[in-house]
Write a new protein. Structure first.
Length: 319
C-alpha cells in the first residue's frame, strides 16, 4: 500500500528522511481493526519524528501520522484515537502509552490498524478531511481549554501562535464555548484571519494584553514563554502541549511561584474526551479549519508547508 514514512532522521533538514512509497500492509492483531484511511491530517509530531525526537534508529522505517478518519470493515465511518496502551490495547488513564507512528505504524497510509476500542463514530456533519483533524490537534486544544483549563463561558484565554493546528482549533472551540479569546501571531495576515474566526483581539508576539487572562495555551515554547507567564492572571493556568521554537529559557520561576501560576502539561486527551469533542463540534456545528488538502503521494509538499510555518489551520492528506 502507499504510505509516507520516515527512513532516517535529520534535526536540521527533516524532509530528507521522508519517503512516500510502498509499505507493508497493517499487521492483524486480536481486538484490533484495520481501517481504510480516507483522510489524515499532518501534525507537528510528524516533523519531530523526522528530526529524530521520540523514535529510535531501529524503529525505521516508520509510517508517520497520528490521526485519521476512515471506514471500518463493517462500513461505519470512524475517527481514530491515536493513543495506544503499552500492550497494544486502548489505553487506560494511568498506564504507559504510545502514539500511533511511535511504536505502531501511523495513519499516513492507505490503511492503518488500531485497537478496536480506539474507534469513535465520525460526526456525520463533518467531511472525512474535517474529521481527520479532531484526534490530535483538536483533542489537545479541547483538553487544554476545558479538561485542564477548566474554562467556562465568559472566561478569558490567550492562545499563542494563531496559525497552527492546535491554535486554530483552540480559537474555534473557545469562541464556540463563549470564551474571550486572545491570540498572538508572528504574521499580520494570520492575526487578521484569527479575528475573522472570532478572536477578541490578535496581538503581535510579546504585545501587552488589555488585561491578564484566566488560562494561556502554550505550544510555541521559547519564543512566547515569557509573554505567557506575564499574561496569565495570578492563580491562573498555563497549559503547555509543545515547544515548537525550543525549550523555554529562562523558566520565569520567580513569577510562577509568586503569582501562584499553575503550569500543566497536556498530551492529547482520553478516548472519552475525543468522543465528547466529537459531540461538541456536531452540536455547535463547528468545522475544523483546513489550510489545504493534498494527495498522500504529495506528502512531501504538504509537510514542507508545515516545516516553514506557512499554514493557517490543518494540512490534510488523502490516500
Ligand atoms: N502534547 C500534545 O499532545 C501535542 C498535540 C499537538 C501538538 N503538540 C505540539 O504543539 C506544537 C504545535 O503543534 P501544531 O501541530 O499545532 O503545529 P503547527 O500547526 O506547525 O503550528 C506551529 C505553531 O507555532 C507557532 N510558531 C512556530 N514557530 C514560532 C516562533 N518561532 N515564534 C512564534 N510562534 C511560532 C505558529 O504560530 P504563527 O505562525 O501564527 O506565529 C503556529 O501556531 C508542536 O510543537 C507540537 O509538537 C503537542
Amino acid at each position: 500500500m502507499l504510505a509516507a514514512f520516515a527512513t532516517s532522521f535529520s534535526p536540521d533538514s527533516p524532509l530528507d528522511g521522508l519517503q512516500v512509497g510502498d509499505a507493508p500492509e497493517p499487521v492483524e492483531r486480536e481486538n484490533w481493526t484495520t481501517v481504510d484511511v480516507r483522510a489524515a491530517s499532518l501534525n507537528h509530531h510528524d516533523v519531530w519524528s523526522l528530526r529524530g525526537v521520540g523514535l529510535r534508529e531501529q524503529q525505521l522505517p516508520m509510517i508517520l501520522g497520528t490521526d485519521a478518519a476512515g471506514v471500518a470493515p463493517d462500513g461505519s465511518e470512524v475517527i481514530l484515537h491515536g493513543v495506544v496502551g503499552a500492550d497494544g490495547h486502548g489505553v487506560g488513564p494511568r498506564e504507559p502509552r504510545t502514539l500511533l507512528s511511535e511504536h505502531y505504524p501511523g495513519t499516513l497510509a492507505e490503511r492503518v490498524a488500531v485497537p478496536t476500542a480506539n474507534l469513535i463514530p465520525k460526526p456525520s456533519g463533518l467531511s472525512f478531511e474535517e474529521a481527520a483533524c479532531l484526534p490530535v490537534s483538536w483533542l489537545t486544544a479541547y483538553t487544554m481549554l476545558f479538561t485542564v483549563g477548566g474554562l467556562a463561558p465568559g472566561d478569558s484565554v490567550l492562545v499563542q501562535g494563531a496559525g497552527g493546528g492546535v491554535s486554530t482549533a483552540a480559537v474555534l472551540l473557545g469562541v464556540a464555548a463563549g470564551l474571550e479569546v486572545f491570540v498572538t501571531s508572528r504574521s499580520e495576515e494570520k492575526r487578521k484571519r484569527a479575528l475573522g474566526l472570532g478572536a477578541a483581539a490578535a496581538l503581535a508576539p510579546g504585545e501587552r494584553l488589555p488585561r491578564r487572562v484566566d488560562v494561556v495555551l502554550e505550544s510555541v515554547g521559547r519564543a512566547t514563554w515569557q509573554h505567557s507567564v506575564r499574561s496569565v492572571r495570578p492563580g491562573g493556568t498555563i497549559a503547555v502541549c509543545g515547544a515548537t521554537s525550543g525549550d523555554a529559557s529562562p523558566a520565569e520561576l520567580t513569577r510562577i511561584f509568586f503569582q501562584e501560576i499553575r503550569v500543566q502539561g497536556v498530551t492529547m486527551g482520553s478516548r472519552d474526551d475525543l468522543a465528547a469533542l466529537a459531540n461538541f463540534v456536531a452540536r455547535q456545528d463547528v468545522k475544523p479549519l483546513i489550510d489545504s488538502v493534498h494527495p498522500l503521494a504529495r506528502t512531501r509538499e504538504a509537510m514542507s508547508a508545515m516545516v516553514d510555518g506557512a499554514q493557517f489551520g490543518k494540512i490534510v492528506v488523502t490516500p
